[in-house]
Design a protein around this ligand. Structure first.
Ligand SMILES: [Zn+2]
Length: 464
């Protein structure tokens, strides 16, 4: 983002000044030039004073840059205006797509962080979730901009309260995301760096890459349950590294070669999949203490149930399920996509999730998702024609919902009792893709072009 201006109840002249400032900022940043006329700016600025809400875009021809003016009037009568100037890389063309922009009402363009779309069956709602936990349509909440009406009244009387962010914003796309199980820390991976932030968004640790990496092969980085350790596979450097974030600067505790997958067990132990098997390491210093089960081939990903009793590990075309004492349970095949033939697109990575009690396993790959009983291997659900390629899977703590994030920007919540399509919930936020998903306390967090987005799923599914 090159510039962002927020105004409350501004006269048209103030909006015009801010618009001119946005175009100046773009010119100074030397991103693409946007052709515009002074009369178009004046006309738009006047509209903000005479119409309750609206969205106006000035865009460069093709990819390049955009100035976006959006305004919206709250129930209290207060008018909120937001003016954004940004450079648009070619793969974020969707930001300029007029028909896509039109699917978002003005309130979303003004306060996007906490406004979501929710579709259940044929019902399509716009849902706002305040940081206080209040959830509902903007009218029901008396939405007052960044928060609900009661919170705005409280802020008027007592001053603003510190609120956990709903978006850990970044100036570059995020490709992978992880969070500590306790919800205290979030890890994001971009083409240039790994960044760990606390739950209020304050950066705690950054690991810049020596070279920009647009393709990010290999397993995603992970945070330990308490957020103290960061495990990261760096295929470019040919090594797997573990950092202890409790010291300043963070201590690099160990390096390994040939790690094809890794995950933190809920107890905090780090498990590595190497050529020979599943290696258990204890903290601190990621000290290997034994091999859990020998494996004929290496694989990944690896996933644990939240109760710590079971583990799922993919090798070749199957997901193998075990008790933690090594007793084998079922083996389930990767689900086949029925889009573009039966084969997954090249580079598609399987996503594996176990329910908290370890009774169900979900496997998502390309345009397919399947859920199986862990003990019997019996398939409970299968869909091979997803609208977008799957980029992540996670169960909620109760096991009642399975979430599948997709590259088309949807976060789909499947009810695990019946998997009935009419009760399946499709949540959306931005216009761009969701590239990865992780559990974040009671919420989920996804890797997006804007940064790491928090989805308060318990609130978003309330009443469904
Ligand atoms: Zn509130």
């Amino acid at each position: 983002m090159v510039s962002e201006t927020r105004l409350t109840d501004p006269p048209a002249k103030a909006v015009l000044d801010a618009l001119e400032g946005a175009f100046r900022a773009l010119a100074e940043a030397e991103v693409a030039r946007i052709r515009h006329t002074q009369i178009s700016l004046t006309r738009a600025a006047k509209r903000t004073a005479s119409e309750p809400e609206g969205v106006v875009q000035w865009a460069a021809i093709g990819a390049g840059a955009q100035v976006l003016l959006a305004w919206w009037t709250a129930i209290s009568g207060q008018r909120h205006v937001r003016i954004v100037a940004r450079a648009i890389p070619r793969d974020q063309d969707y930001l300029q797509n007029e028909s896509k922009l039109g699917t978002r009402p003005a309130v979303w363009h003004v306060f996007p962080e906490r406004v979501y779309r929710r579709r259940v069956g044929k019902t399509n709602d716009l849902i706002a979730v305040c940081a206080c936990g209040a959830v509902g349509t903007e009218k029901a909440l008396g939405w007052a901009g960044p928060c609900c009406g009661p919170c705005a009244d409280f802020a008027d009387d007592h001053g603003e309260q510190a609120r956990a962010p709903a978006l850990f914003g970044a100036n570059e796309p995020c490709y992978a995301v992880s969070a500590s199980a306790c919800g205290s820390r979030v890890l994001t991976q971009s083409a240039r760096a790994l960044t760990v932030r606390d739950a209020t968004g304050v950066p705690l640790f950054a690991l810049p890459y020596e070279r920009e990496r647009l393709a990010l092969p290999g397993p995603s980085p992970a945070l330990s349950p308490c957020g103290r350790y960061l495990a990261h596979s760096d295929p470019a450097a040919g090594r797997f590294r573990v950092f202890d974030l409790s010291t300043q600067p963070a201590a690099e505790s160990r390096q390994f070669a040939e790690v094809s997958a890794f995950a933190f067990h809920p107890t905090g132990a780090l498990y590595l999949v190497t050529g020979g098997g599943l290696l258990v390491c204890e903290q601190p210093l990621a000290r290997p203490v034994g091999t859990k089960f020998a494996l004929a081939v290496s694989g990944g990903p690896i996933a644990f149930s939240t109760n710590g009793a079971r583990v799922a590990l993919r090798t070749e075309g199957y997901v193998h399920l075990f008790e933690m004492d090594g007793t084998p349970l079922a083996r389930v095949p990767l689900p086949a996509s029925q889009v573009f033939g039966q084969r997954p697109p090249p580079g598609a990575v399987p996503h594996v999730a176990l329910s908290a009690d370890g009774s169900q396993v979900a496997v998502a790959l390309a345009y397919a998702v399947a859920v199986h009983h862990v003990v019997t291997g019996e398939r409970r659900f299968y869909d091979g024609k997803l609208d977008g390629s799957a980029t992540g899977a996670a169960f909620d703590a109760s096991g009642k919902w399975l979430f599948v994030s997709r590259y088309d920007g949807s976060l789909v919540a499947h009810p695990t009792d019946t998997f009935a399509p009419e009760r399946t919930v499709v949540l959306r936020w931005s216009l761009g893709p969701l590239r990865a998903t992780a559990a974040f306390g009671d919420s989920l967090v996804t890797a997006c072009d804007e940064g790491a987005k928090v989805w308060p799923v318990a609130q978003l599914l309330r009443g469904v």
